[in-house]
Design a protein around this ligand. Structure first.
Ligand code: KG4
Ligand code: ZN
Length: 340
């Protein structure tokens, strides 16, 4: 049995996860501590990098302590450490990477630099077990919107498509601002949309024309269309629930249509949807319906594992350990623009 500590600090969540690799290779989640600085960013309408770095600095060690208490383990029980080394905010990443290096050196255990993007996909293996190969991952978060072909979580991931402008979560956050809803925008839009009519306004579906890139996404036109629609009604009462529902429908429609099309055309029969936006109720319902229609098995981790956390990094670390990938040296540095 091997104990893997995972450290995540790429954005505004300090996440500490502890995962045990069982003798049969199965993963057991022992602790998942998340300290969020989201409240400190809310009044700015987005994450403030300096504020995030400072919050990580304050939260990291206490979160590690809480995680070990929850798992009833000692630091000396750790066999390997995985830390998010990118992509993300430079200063925020540095706090996690520096801490991970210090723990690895002090405990004399191997250190693994983990890519945040496959980390989101690895979260699902904590809930639903090993991934079949290949599978298609739709990764939808505040910073990323990508379609990934996953042949092996530890060694072989290929980007099939990505957003050419805003990430889906970013569009949620910007539209929430336009509608006067709080940051982060996903949860309040999701809530308002449940009371609204998704067919009230036909907002544009980006990059769905016959000549557009098949598996890429674009959300900035949609955000602008919502802004124009609201501006045109200045002084009038805005039907926030209907706008939210119609916007959400456009996002869910494009994401699921392209993901299902990619899976079908690439001959892949399992799809994983992960990242913060995967917590969206309409996205999961529509994905379930369209995957069922196309004969695709859909896997969506529980919301807690969809948003940023340390458990997903511990899980990816466990896959790296199992695949006998070479550990990083203590020279590991943060790479804010790390590609898949
Ligand atoms: O994965 P995540 O926690 O952080 C990043 O790696 O970016 O994703 C955060 C994003 C935010 O943009 C937030 O508005 C969005 O996920 N989000 C949602 C929902 N919950 C969070 N978007 C739509 N519906 C939700 N229920
Ligand atoms: Zn993320």
């Amino acid at each position: 049995m091997t104990i893997v500590l995972g450290i995540e600090s790429s954005c505004d969540e300090t996440g500490i996860g502890i995962v045990r690799i069982e003798s049969d290779g199965a993963l057991t989640l022992l602790a998942d501590e998340v300290a969020s600085s989201v409240d400190q960013h809310a009044r700015f309408g987005g994450v403030v990098p300096e504020v995030a770095s400072r919050a990580h600095l304050e939260a990291l060690v206490p979160s590690v302590t809480r995680a070990f208490e929850a798992a009833a383990l000692e630091l000396s029980d750790v066999d390997a450490i995985a830390v998010t080394c990118g992509p993300g905010l430079a200063g925020a990443l540095l706090v996690g990477v520096s801490a991970a290096k210090a723990y690895a050196a002090a405990l004399n255990v191997p250190l693994y630099g983990a890519n945040h993007l496959p980390g989101h996909v690895a979260a699902d293996t904590l809930e639903h077990g090993p991934l079949p190969s290949p599978c298609l991952a739709l990764l939808v978060s505040g910073g990323h919107t990508q379609l990934l072909r996953v042949d092996d979580l530890a060694t072989k991931i290929t980007e099939v498509g990505s957003t050419i402008d805003d990430a889906a979560g970013e569009a949620y956050d910007k539209v929430a601002r336009i509608l006067g809803l709080p940051y982060p925008g996903g949860p309040p839009i999701d809530k308002a949309a449940r009371r609204g009519n998704p067919d009230a306004i036909r907002f544009p579906r980006g990059l769905t024309g016959p000549r557009d890139a098949k598996y890429d996404f674009s959300f900035s036109g949609l955000k602008t269309a919502v802004a124009r629609w609201v501006e045109a009604r200045e002084g009038q009462e805005i039907p926030v629930d209907d706008v939210a529902a119609s916007f959400q429908e456009a996002v869910a429609d494009v994401l699921t249509a392209k993901a299902v099309r990619a899976a079908t055309e690439l001959g892949i029969d399992t799809m994983v949807v992960s990242g913060g936006v995967a917590a969206n109720s309409r996205l999961s319902t529509l994905a379930a319906a369209r995957c069922a229609e196309a004969g695709i098995t859909l896997r969506v981790p529980r919301p807690r594992l969809c948003t940023d956390n340390g458990a997903m990094i511990a899980a990816l670390g466990a896959h790296l350990v199992k695949a006998q990938v070479r550990p990083s040296s203590l020279d590991l540095s943060a790479n804010p623009g790390l590609p898949v």
